[in-house]
Design a protein around this ligand. Structure first.
Ligand code: AMP
Length: 210
């Protein structure tokens, strides 16, 4: 059985795009706490209304809220997951270990990239409003402007991909990544990926480490 996967990396470092291929080729399930939170906002649930301003400002939602949402949306006894966007700090890493993964085997991949390269990537990112596919005006343009290549639905720009929020999100990442890498580094579970490589090279690297 393949291990559960934990993807760490700054916003825009390529975690979601790689997860997409692992889902289609290796039958992984992708669980992104950002996607779960955005779905709550779209539903206008009480949780969604509580977190919407926090997310639009590029700040982190409180640990317990995100943990509860994640717990309600995954079952590691029956599926192999890619955890994307959780953990965001060392407290969440401990929660994931103790309250979700337990004794289940897992691997952690860190998408390593100079943060200065990411602001541009993020502000040019576009997401399909229906299937969630990720494109980029500069590096992965769609064939027909404003329309998803896969399902032909309109593309949108995430509110938090606007320039004013991107800087804040990268700063939050910069402030929290150190202890997270120490947590997994000291356990010996961490594989560092060069996130400046091509999509195919990174994918090969992940698969060869499973
Ligand atoms: P993402 O799609 O992973 O970039 O997440 C978008 C936003 O959702 C983040 O900027 C946070 O506001 C919130 N978020 C997602 N995952 C977490 C998490 N594990 N802890 C706290 N906030 C989160």
């Amino acid at each position: 059985m393949r291990p559960q996967l934990v993807f760490l990396g700054a916003p825009g470092s390529g975690k979601g795009t790689q997860a997409g291929k692992l889902v289609s080729e290796l039958n992984y399930s992708h669980v992104s706490t950002g996607d779960l939170l955005r779905a709550e906002i779209a539903k206008k649930s009480a949780l969604g209304q509580r977190v919407s301003a926090i997310i639009n400002e590029g700040k982190l939602v409180d640990d317990q809220t995100v943990l509860d949402l994640l717990k309600a949306n995954c079952d590691v006894s029956s599926k192999q997951y890619i955890f994307d966007g959780f953990p965001r700090n060392d407290v969440q890493a401990q929660m994931l270990d103790e309250q979700i993964l337990g004794k289940v085997q897992y691997k952690v991949f860190y998408f390593d990239i100079d943060l200065d390269l990411l602001a541009n990537r993020l502000t040019n990112r576009r997401t399909c409003s229906s299937c969630g596919a990720i494109f980029n005006l500069l590096t992965k343009p769609v064939k027909k402007e404003g329309v998803c290549d896969i399902c032909s639905s309109p593309l949108i720009q995430r509110k938090d991909d606007k320039p004013e929020t991107v800087e804040q999100r990268l700063n939050v990442f910069r402030d929290t990544v150190g202890p997270l890498l120490d947590f997994y580094g000291s356990k010996g579970d961490l594989v560092k990926l060069d996130a400046t490589q091509s999509f195919e090279e990174i994918y090969k690297n992940i698969v060869s480490n499973l």
